[in-house]
Design a protein around this ligand. Structure first.
Ligand SMILES: Cc1cc2nc3c(=O)[nH]c(=O)nc-3n(C[C@H](O)[C@H](O)[C@H](O)COP(=O)(O)OP(=O)(O)OC[C@H]3O[C@@H](n4cnc5c(N)ncnc54)[C@H](O)[C@@H]3O)c2cc1C
Length: 381
């Protein structure tokens, strides 16, 4: 096993209650790692004063490696695709282990453009995505409307990403917690202020935006505002695909859920506050109703802002801190922490159990951001 043996190694308190693995953060990433490690027979403690209260509480839950394959993010796209491929089995296993319905849906994602300019922008991205070999099927307007009659007649065109699915993060996190606890993990409802306060064989920092203060890694909050609408009477929304669109230059996504809910998102702002602004609500609603007019009749039931754990290259930070093989980062998942949950949990758990890093981890190692000067006084030392 990676890290220090908590029973024998000098410098770590000895005792029968010392865990093999301490996980800092009970968001989807930390809880999935805790579940996987506990299921492999390791003693696991998870520290979090407010489990599930991070970015995951706000997230839409799109599992969209195809629609989110952007120019210049080739390695990230590879990891997203690998994780999305694990999602069907992961969801089934988690539903079984927790007894919970995760709201996992495989209806696919439609990417649409409202105006000719919107469509031109969308087409450039689809061509790039197709060039990577990703499954993007461009649809004629009539095919688009056959699939989703609720789309506005003005919508000029679209494409289908059939393998981009969705899950409800507000169901996912409690399910992961149940599965982790049933597998033997223990939750401690308090924050970790310094890594040196944690005594365990291996410490995994999965604290989302909180990872920066603990490790010095360049994880920064990226604000996202989101709305939740509900169909009158709680009937199912009048569309079943996730719809991602460009509407007069505004990017918006619409995620239909059971119980009549539709998540409308999201802004991307380099800000650290979580206030909701009237302007953002106006822009999101206008774009949403431009694409699917019936949304104008829905109730507006929630407006919320969350903070994505962003990194300088938009990719997560996974693996040992430089010079600290017993401290693993699993953070910086930015816009993709829900889709990346299965692969992160598997790779980090395998690393802990075998001591051997999977080659998939290589592009995401923390040392790509290591300070170049003296590391004396750095939080991870
Ligand atoms: C508006 C919005 C929309 C999004 N939509 C999607 C989407 O559609 N698909 C997708 O894949 N991703 C999406 N995301 C991103 C996703 O939510 C995050 O990437 C994901 O939640 C990261 O998971 P995490 O477990 O690392 O962090 P978080 O979910 O942020 O959880 C971190 C946890 O760590 C705890 N913590 C922090 N500091 C400490 C400490 N010092 N000690 C103990 N505990 C601590 C917090 O209390 C929290 O519970 C979205 C995010 C936002 C904001």
């Amino acid at each position: 096993m990676l890290g220090r043996d908590p029973f024998t190694t000098a410098g770590v308190k000895k005792g029968p209650f010392l865990p093999d693995v301490a996980v800092v953060g009970a968001g989807p990433v930390g809880l999935a790692i805790a579940w996987r490690c506990a299921a492999r027979g390791l003693r696991v403690v998870v520290h979090d004063p407010a489990p599930g209260s991070g970015a995951a509480h706000v997230a839409a839950g799109m599992l969209a490696p195809v629609a989110e394959a952007y120019f210049g993010e080739h390695e990230l796209t590879g990891l997203l695709t690998a994780s999305a491929a694990r999602w069907p089995a992961f969801a089934a296993e988690l539903a079984d282990a927790s007894g919970a319905d995760l709201g996992y849906r495989a209806d696919g994602t439609l990417m649409v453009g409202l105006t000719a300019d919107d469509l031109a922008e969308a087409r450039r991205l689809w061509a790039y995505q197709q060039g990577l070999g990703l499954p993007v099927t461009v649809l004629r307007p009539s095919e688009l409307r056959d699939r989703e009659p609720a789309l506005a007649p003005r919508v000029r065109g679209g494409a289908l990403a059939a393998t981009d699915h969705q899950v409800d993060p507000r169901r996912l996190v409690p399910a992961l917690r149940t599965a982790a606890e049933r597998a033997g993990a223990t939750l401690v409802a308090s924050p970790v202020r310094r890594l040196s306060d944690v005594a365990a064989g291996v410490t995994v920092v999965a604290a989302g935006c909180g990872a920066a203060a603990l490790t010095g890694l360049p994880v920064r909050p990226v604000k996202g505002q989101v709305l939740r609408l509900r169909a009158p009477g709680g009937v199912a929304p009048g569309f079943r695909h996730v719809i991602r669109g460009y509407a007069d230059g505004e990017h918006v996504y619409l995620v239909p859920r059971g119980g009549g809910e539709v998540v409308v998102g999201a802004t991307v702002e380099e800000r650290t506050d979580t206030t909701v602004s009237a302007g953002a609500v106006l822009r999101l609603l206008r774009a949403a109703v431009d694409l699917v007019p019936e949304l104008g009749e829905y109730d507006l039931v929630e407006t919320l802002a969350g903070l994505r754990p962003g990194t300088p290259d938009n990719a997560p930070i996974l693996g040992p801190l430089p010079g600290r093989p017993d401290v693993l980062a699993a953070t910086g998942h930015h816009r993709h922490g829900i889709v990346l949950t299965p692969v992160t949990a598997d790779l980090i758990t395998d690393l802990i159990v075998t001591g051997e890093p999977d080659p998939l981890l290589a592009p995401f190692a923390p040392d790509r951001f290591a300070p170049t000067g003296s590391e004396e006084g750095h939080p991870w030392n």
